[in-house]
Ligand binder design. Structure first.
Ligand SMILES: Nc1ncnc2c1ncn2[C@@H]1O[C@H](COP(=O)(O)OP(=O)(O)OP(=O)(O)O)[C@@H](O)[C@H]1O
Ligand SMILES: [Mg+2]
Length: 342
């Protein structure tokens, strides 16, 4: 078998460097990475990265295989490859070189660090407040029962926020754990929507918001996970109450579709609509990111952790459904969930 046959069969970008140090064969993956012009060039002018060239040079000298890294840039982002250099026995003393794309691993690592940084920051904010009030209670407020009451109230609220944050983090982790397993229970979404709306009635009352539920007279069955779907609609309705207009309306509607858009089959469309200020278009695409809030002060004041919609999106994905967010400034927002039916 010729080295060129190996190269074209390789599942990753691959080149054959002949005994003269010239690139004698490349596969389509490699030409996508470096361009077809590297063919027949010397590897020094073709690859250009000193670390990689050094390793090839050493492999040529001692005929030992090696691994190294190749860092590039493509489509405006940094890429990272594991490079394996394998000298061939005989065959004119050439060597094969393979590039394995590890960019996704590097990116996953970055996302994880960013997540940990966010979690730490979110936990530290209430913790700092609590620690500060402990100091005050020990010192200046030692003999001031009125101030003590006030500070203890704030401390309780901050502790409550930390609790909710931990609950949301656990719930996100659980959802991610089972994301690949399709839920199978037979769920009546109509009944579930009624319950979710009823559960939030006290919160709605506080903001003088009225909730209407339409299309839920008859059962509407889908394969689903009842707790998770409850979480989805509770969060959407709660958001509509919290971020919609004070004294406004939240409209929850259910429709049965023969052919749901985006689902290629029969499904349910559940829309939660408020008539609040709406959300600026530049935020729409980012709302389902963890900890993303449009107005973090306002959301924090309302006890929000910014994880609600991230959880919603994971749950909807697990149900093979779709989430669509539309909003017009001044008109309100509509959060629509499409769920495939049986
Ligand atoms: N109906 C809505 N109208 C206007 N803004 C909204 C609406 N729903 C969500 N948002 C914005 O999206 C952000 C993210 O919502 P999400 O549900 O993820 O977090 P949260 O409500 O702040 O916290 P949590 O749901 O964990 O209590 C909110 O902070 C808010 O700024
Ligand atoms: Mg929320």
């Amino acid at each position: 078998m010729l080295p060129a046959d190996f190269v074209s069969a390789a599942p990753v970008p691959c080149a054959y460097i002949d005994g003269e140090g010239r690139i004698a064969a490349i596969n389509p993956g490699l030409s996508a990475l470096f361009g077809t012009e590297v063919l027949r060039r010397h590897y020094i002018t073709a690859f250009r990265q000193p670390a990689l060239i050094d390793q090839i040079e050493s492999a040529v000298a001692d005929r030992q295989g090696r691994e190294t890294q190749y860092l590039g840039r493509a489509g405006g982002r940094d890429t990272s490859y594991k490079v394996t250099i394998s000298p061939l026995d005989g065959a004119g003393q050439g060597l094969l070189i393979f590039f394995e794309d590890l960019t996704h691993l590097a990116e996953a690592g970055e996302r994880r660090s960013e997540f940990v940084a966010n979690v730490s920051h979110e936990l530290r904010t209430p913790l700092t407040a609590i620690a500060g009030f402990i100091e005050t209670l020990r010192g200046p407020a030692r003999d001031d029962p009125e101030a003590q009451d006030r500070f203890l109230d704030i401390m309780a609220r901050e502790a409550g926020r930390m609790n909710r944050l931990v609950d949301d983090l656990l719930s996100l982790a659980r959802v991610e754990d089972v994301e690949r397993m399709r839920p199978e229970a037979d769920i009546d979404v109509a009944a579930l929507l009624h319950r979710a709306a009823a559960g939030l009635a006290p919160q709605a009352e506080k903001r003088n918001v009225s909730i209407t539920v339409t299309g839920c007279e008859a059962p509407a069955m889908v394969p689903g996970d009842p707790d998770q779907l409850t979480q989805v609609f509770s969060n959407l309705i709660e958001n509509a109450i919290k971020y919609g207009r004070e004294g406004g309306v939240v409209d929850v509607s259910l429709d049965r579709l023969e052919e749901a858009p985006l689902l290629r089959g029969p499904g349910l469309r559940i829309a939660v609509r408020d008539n609040g200020e709406g959300i600026d278009a530049r935020h729409l695409g980012r709302l389902t990111e963890r900890f993303y809030r449009v107005d973090s002060h306002r959301s924090r004041d309302m006890g929000g952790t910014g994880l609600g919609l991230a959880i919603v999106k994971h749950i909807v994905n697990r149900h093979r459904g779709r989430l669509r967010i539309e909003s017009e400034q001044g008109q309100g927002s509509v959060f629509t969930v499409y769920l495939p039916a049986w």
